[in-house]
Design a protein around this ligand. Sequence first.
Ligand SMILES: O=C(O)CCC(=O)C(=O)O
Ligand SMILES: [Fe+2]
Length: 294
Amino acid sequence: MALRIRALDAPFGAEIIGVDLSCAIDDSTVAEIEAAWHRHSILLFRNVEMTPAQHVAFTRRLGPLHIMEPLEFNLPGFPEVLVVSNVEKDNKPIGMKRAGWGWHSDGEDKGLPNAGSFIHALLIPPADGDTLYADTYAAFAALPDDVRRKIMGRRACFSRARFHEVYYPHLPPLTEEQKKARPDVWHPIARRHPHSGWTSLYIGRWAYKIDGMADVQAQELIDFLKEFATRPEFVYRHKWRVGDALLWDNRCTQHCATPFDDATYRRHMQRTTLEGEVPIMAEQEVFRPAPTLV
Ligand SMILES: O=C(O)CCC(=O)C(=O)O
Ligand SMILES: [Fe+2]
């Protein structure tokens, strides 16, 4: 399969051209896609027609899949496919509504945050509902020196229990059992990518404490880092077309779904999710080399 990789009209990211995800893909093409993914952090495929089974099969070539909980938002018959949708059937939501309306990376509040996510757009509203992606390698490299020094070797606490009702006010509160299943976790703020070796700024909306720092100072630093990581110069705004499929790396990007008129229009996406690893603390600052694509 002749594959072409083209830069997105954006500060980072690439488009993969010439791959049909509904066909069998040979190992060398998968290896090229994977290398491009590690190089560019987000990959866009256009005009994708793939069934849920093909979606799962392709993603599995990149690593083991993660099954999202609660299970009720997964596609019937395909537990590996999360439905991100405002569509209702028989007055019941068929997927997760308003998922990710706020900067985050998937699974940052879990001990094993998800390595990647691959979303396929099937219904798109005529306006709004874009998704923003922030390049957290670039953010790390651009941090003021004193801040970079301050975060090296430190961990932040990410808490689902503390913020669930803040970010998901339209969902039922977590039960005690769910809270136990999602304990607070501590992750390195300067994170080394297991494949590229580059350092990213790892922070997000579930973070609220930093080890070895007084709470007030920690909160100030977290607020600064969250704002910094998502400054416009690091952000790509994806305007969806039906058939787009976007693969992102949660270890070196953040994303944020933006609102749309969800009382009037339907937006329906299906997502597979890659299992992750324990985040690695960066021992030293390793900056990503300048992009080479055109
Ligand atoms: O709806 C979107 O564009 C993305 C939602 C989200 O955060 C996710 O699926 O991880
Ligand atoms: Fe997300």
